[in-house]
Design a protein around this ligand. Structure first.
Ligand code: ATP
Length: 253
């Protein structure tokens, strides 16, 4: 069975659909015919060796740049080629590999940046932002300068900012990097709560144990191509996946 068709019959409403997506950077084919679906309330882990194309796929989905070929649809409507702010307004949020809050703003003002994509009213944005800070455990630090936060708290603020956009699907790019074990556990708990609310998550993460623990399904990229899709226990015993990791110079999620 091809990796694309495996589990194609899984149930639930498709939120995000990636079809035959390719991305070329001058001489380099960074993505080549990638297919993937994310259903409502699913957590999908996206893994692969360094340079596999994981962040490039996030960039193509979220509108940082358009794919060279193929389509991306959100709730059945094509979003490939739209600018990122329009994609965000339709319900797709993302975090970035290197997260830095606007240090001179307060914690709540940072979270309000997310809320402002839906409302221009400050009081309404502040209400939405405070709800999300409450969710990530930062409400009591709302008036502090964001630059004062520890790395772990900055990551939770980044999560609060992104969920303040009220996403149907959230793309998380190594948001657990640099967290202590207890902060990672707290982050995984937040992911589970988001799933319970019906938010879909697509997660790039270094920590293989965490990704296998949290994901409903795992998608594996290697050299720009999908080489595996399945339940975590299927992925860890998939020979193509093992070969891609052992054959590569580095093991990375
Ligand atoms: N803007 C760009 N211009 C040119 N090449 C790029 C660009 N972005 C990514 N690439 C190249 O595309 C390939 C895929 O990179 P990408 O960052 O998507 O991989 P990744 O799987 O996220 O890797 P890592 O785990 O190291 O972050 C790499 O060879 C990279 O050098």
């Amino acid at each position: 069975m091809s990796e694309t068709n495996q589990h194609a019959d899984r149930e639930g409403e498709t939120i995000l659909s990636v079809r035959d997506v390719g991305k070329r950077f001058s001489g380099l084919q960074a993505l080549d015919g990638v297919d993937m679906d994310v259903k409502r309330g699913e957590i999908i882990g996206l893994i692969g060796p360094n340079g596999a194309g994981k962040t490039t796929l996030f960039n193509c989905i979220s509108g940082t740049f358009p794919p060279t070929s193929g389509t991306v649809t959100l709730e059945g409507e094509e979003i490939s080629g739209l600018p990122s702010h329009k994609i965000a307004r339709r319900g797709l949020a993302r975090t970035f590999q290197i997260t830095r809050p606007l240090e001179e703003l307060t914690v709540v003002e940072n979270a309000m940046v997310g809320a402002h994509i839906h409302t221009r009213r400050r009081s309404e944005a502040e209400k939405i932002a405070m709800e999300q800070l409450e969710f990530v455990g930062l409400a009591d630090r709302a008036t502090e300068e964001a630059g004062e936060l520890t790395i772990g708290a900055q990551k939770r603020l980044e999560l609060a900012r992104s969920i303040a956009t009220k996403p149907k699907i959230l793309l998380l790019d190594e948001i657990m990097a640099g967290l202590t074990p207890s902060e990672s556990k707290q982050m995984l708990d937040l992911f589970r709560q988001l799933r319970e609310r019906g938010t879909s998550l697509l997660i790039i993460e270094h920590d293989m144990k965490a990704i296998m623990n949290i994901s409903d399904y795992v998608k594996v990229l290697n050299q720009g191509k999908g080489i595996g899709f399945g339940r975590p226990q299927e992925i860890v015993s998939n020979e193509r996946v093992i070969e891609a990791y052992i054959g590569g110079s580095d093991v990375d999620a």
